[in-house]
Design a protein around this ligand. Sequence first.
Ligand code: BTN
Length: 243
Amino acid sequence: LGKKIIHFDTIDSTNDYAKKIGNEESEGAVIISEEQTKGRGRLGRNWHSNSYEGIWMSIILKPNIVPYKAPFITLIAGASIVEALNKLGVNAKIKWPNDIILNEKKICGILTELSAEIERINHIVLGIGINVKTMEFSQEICDVATSLYKENYIVSRVDIVRNILLEFESLYLEYINNNSKEKVLDICRRHSAIIGKEIYTIRGEEKELVRCLDINEEGNLIIKRNDGSIKEIISGEISIRGI
Ligand code: BTN
């Protein structure tokens, strides 16, 4: 992975570009832009991606797996980012399944987009946005978002990208080739921002306070509801403190 890096000074969205070229480009191509004019977050949200302030990148993947196995790739990405940051001295945690948290605020989001047919994946675009140097966030997100610099971690963007790609490649190949999830699950559990804590599960307008117990062997979240029942959450939104 990362043998081919396509770099832009500015682009609408690295995920949109990767989706356009995904079918022709080979696996592992990385698209990085200094700035995105239409950076996208999950659920149709905007992703603030100012010039030189962060890492805005997308990786094109072409795994030979059935589509239902694709969501685990988001967890592999989260585990790689957290592992890479921790090795650089940054005590980051994962808020299952998409966000990376530092000092209880979000520094990184992952947006995985899948182009697939019934039994076959055409390609996956793995979008990663990391706030590195941003010092000021807009009013809507300033209570819940932060950056590495803002938390006094002065780390080079090149080192972060290099470390993420190295970590990701080894965990990704173990999953694709050997269906092995153990290392990823171990990292996700060790660096979890939510295991053992009270969180909200969100469905539409509905919010429910539950306790997060664990991440199971499939990578799904195990929670305990107020009535004592145990439930497995496969995907969807959860929230801690509005993040
Ligand atoms: C989220 O937390 O909502 C996901 C944010 C993902 C942002 C990244 S930045 C690079 C890539 N291109 C985009 O337009 N979005 C992703």
